[in-house]
Write a protein that binds this ligand. Structure first.
Ligand code: HSE
Length: 320
């Protein structure tokens, strides 16, 4: 299913403790709804060790644990291994999991949940003595997350295209020439992805689908070729952006402000509220103006906005 395996760090058959570094990601990039993802140089670290009872960041209550993505990832890995006889039923380790997050907490659109799911899957597989392959991680993370774009970027790193098929997730990481830098406008609010998905229509006009599919193809071609000139057109979208840009005060204005300030292209990152804007490498003044323009737009709508400038991250989840 995958062209090559991502080296995931030292092979230790059954360690007592595993630390996994997982990159943030931006999904969709405009027209690539549920299919395109980009790993970013901003990381969450998931640390897991064998323990007498399950615990995440000190939380042991079963009902609350069940809502935690790292717990859901780790439990799913152990169930999956048990079902294949790779880990004795009911005897998989209980894990104490801790997260150290660089992704701003209680915001959204940067694949926070996917980092935790993937970190939990990787750590539990290692601690059970059966590290999961990239293809297994992709299938399981997509099942837990519900969509493959953030999961594929978190597992594989770089620029990915991933789709669900009847035979599992098919994903490819594409080499990027001349990757742009990334300016993120991260407003101080949260958008729940399932809520933002529920705001989407069940059907879209044929013309909007045709408009978007052409741009998605152009986006892949433009990023793979390092052709920055067509990114503005390539990041236009009529599948989800029109239905989501009004969900957060200032989001529409921040997208427009980033473009007016000179971004190569801009889009809602994932389901928002974060905005992702591309800039040519080596243009710190432009990075500042675009960041300032996005922060100003959100600020005029009453939302403080954190600006981060990061590179595309070529490496997926790694044991450190
Ligand atoms: N493709 C997903 C969505 C990404 O847009 O709902 C969520 O991060």
């Amino acid at each position: 299913m995958l062209p090559d395996a991502t080296p995931r760090g030292p092979e230790r058959p059954e360690p007592d403790m595993v630390r996994v570094r997982v990159p943030a990601s931006s999904a969709n990039l405009g027209p690539g709804f549920d299919a395109i993802g980009l790993a970013l140089g901003l990381f969450n670290t998931i640390v897991a060790e064998r323990a007498p009872v399950w615990e995440v960041d000190g939380e042991r209550d079963e009902a609350r644990l069940a809502a935690h993505p790292a717990y859901r990832g780790a439990r799913r890995a152990l169930e999956w291994l048990e079902a294949r006889g790779l880990c004795p039923r009911g005897e998989g380790p209980a894990l104490a999991i801790r997260q150290r997050n660089e992704i701003p907490a209680a915001r959204g659109g940067l694949g926070n949940s996917a980092t935790a799911v993937v970190g939990g899957l990787v750590a539990a597989g290692c601690l059970a003595g059966h590290p999961l392959s990239d293809a297994e991680l992709l299938d399981l993370a997509t099942e837990v997350e519900g969509h493959p774009d953030n999961a594929a970027a978190a597992v594989l790193g770089g620029f990915v295209v991933a789709v669900r098929t009847e035979r599992g997730v098919v994903a490819r990481r594409l080499p990027l020439s001349n990757p742009p830098r990334v300016v993120l406008g991260i407003p101080a609010t949260q958008v729940d992805t399932s809520w933002a998905r529920a705001r989407l229509p069940s059907c879209v006009p044929f013309a909007d689908a045709a408009f978007t599919v052409g741009r998605a193809a152009l986006l892949v071609a433009a990023l793979a070729a390092g052709d920055h000139a067509c990114l503005a057109a390539a990041m236009e979208d009529r599948l989800h952006t029109p239905y989501r840009s009004s969900l957060v005060p200032g989001l529409d204005a921040a997208l427009a402000a980033a473009r007016e300030a000179g971004a190569l292209g801009a889009a809602i990152s994932g389901s928002g509220p974060t905005v992702i804007a591309f800039v040519p490498p080596g243009s710190p003044d432009l990075e500042r103006s675009i960041g300032g323009a996005m922060a100003g737009a959100f600020g005029r709508h009453g939302l403080p906005c954190e600006v981060r400038v990061v590179d595309v991250e070529p490496t997926g989840a790694t044991i450190i």
